[in-house]
Design a protein around this ligand. Structure first.
Ligand code: PAF
Length: 282
């Protein structure tokens, strides 16, 4: 597997594959790879003959006071993991390759509305950073498909909307969340948790599962959200939000909607965890 850092070299390799008629899949990541990322890359193989994984810790999607500096950078280890699963190319650009004119002067891509609710309300500017970098990576690689984890459900929908609105000629594929045996969704940020916080962390998924069960019983949505907030607090988490939304566009849900998602974000100490659960109603 080749590791490429420059755009010209990336384009050269991709042109050869395209000339040979091969389909290309892209899995954008920020590195510090875990089984969730590796599952995305393995799933990518089912959609394309060539799998490209990008690793770029995107400063544009971190707010002031967030964990940009602390974010784990483990490139050599990540490269070995990708080699082991038969990934074809690792694209690992420096910041100057992605933002040659600097971040402030960078043209932005914004999905209004969908980017401003839930995590977007708590992290202003975050999704503009995500859509800007993902749009750039998609233009650099020009893949036939790109894959994203459903753990970041809002991110997946924002990226889908961007691709649709900008008529990007590719399929955006969401891949189910990979979990620890106790239910905790895999995330690079789990590494920040102390041993004691790690013990409490599965309460997030447990709470979502219980909320899903209560929704299926027909309990009022507002009551389901309030109970979930309480159970997170009881477990020692500080909830940012718990919200029941329609899975198609994240609008506030009613019991008339049949494809729902319960989304939650909560702090455990200084670590912000997110998770979600899809709930289908008959
Ligand atoms: O989900 C992530 O790791 C990032 O937000 C992404 C999609 C790679 C953009 O930087």
């Amino acid at each position: 597997m080749e590791r490429i850092e420059q755009l010209a070299a990336l384009r050269g390799q991709l042109a050869q594959w395209r000339a040979a008629g091969e389909r290309i899949a892209l899995v954008p990541t920020m590195g510090n790879l875990h089984q969730g990322h590796l599952t995305l890359a393995q799933e990518a193989r089912r959609h394309a003959g060539r799998v490209v994984v990008s690793i770029f810790v995107n400063p544009l999607q971190f707010g002031a006071g967030e964990d940009l500096d602390a974010y784990p950078r483990t490139l050599e280890r990540d490269q070995r993991l990708l080699e082991d699963i038969g990934c074809d190319l690792l694209f690992a650009p420096q910041t100057t390759v992605i933002y040659p004119h600097g971040q402030r002067e960078q043209t932005r891509v914004e999905v209004p509305g969908l980017s401003e609710i839930l995590c977007g309300a708590s992290r202003p500017g975050h999704f503009v950073g995500v859509t800007t970098v993902v749009c750039k990576l998609l233009n650099m690689v020009q893949p036939d498909v790109a894959l994203f984890g459903e753990k970041d459900f809002q991110q997946l929908l924002v990226i889908r909307r961007m691709a649709e609105d900008l008529n990007l000629p590719l399929d955006i594929i969401g891949v189910p969340t990979v979990r620890e045996p106790d239910g905790l969704a895999l995330s690079s940020r789990n590494g920040y948790l102390t041993a004691e916080e790690r013990q409490r962390a599965p309460a997030l998924y447990r709470t979502l599962t219980e909320a899903g069960r209560r929704l299926s019983l027909g309990k009022a949505i507002d009551a389901v959200e309030q109970t979930a907030l309480m159970s997170l607090r009881d477990a020692g988490l500080q909830p940012d939000y718990v919200s029941v939304r329609t899975a198609i566009d994240l609008m506030p849900a009613t019991h008339e909607d049949n494809d729902l998602v319960v989304l939650a974000a909560a702090f455990l100490g200084r670590t912000r965890l997110i998770d979600n659960l899809r709930v289908m109603q008959a």
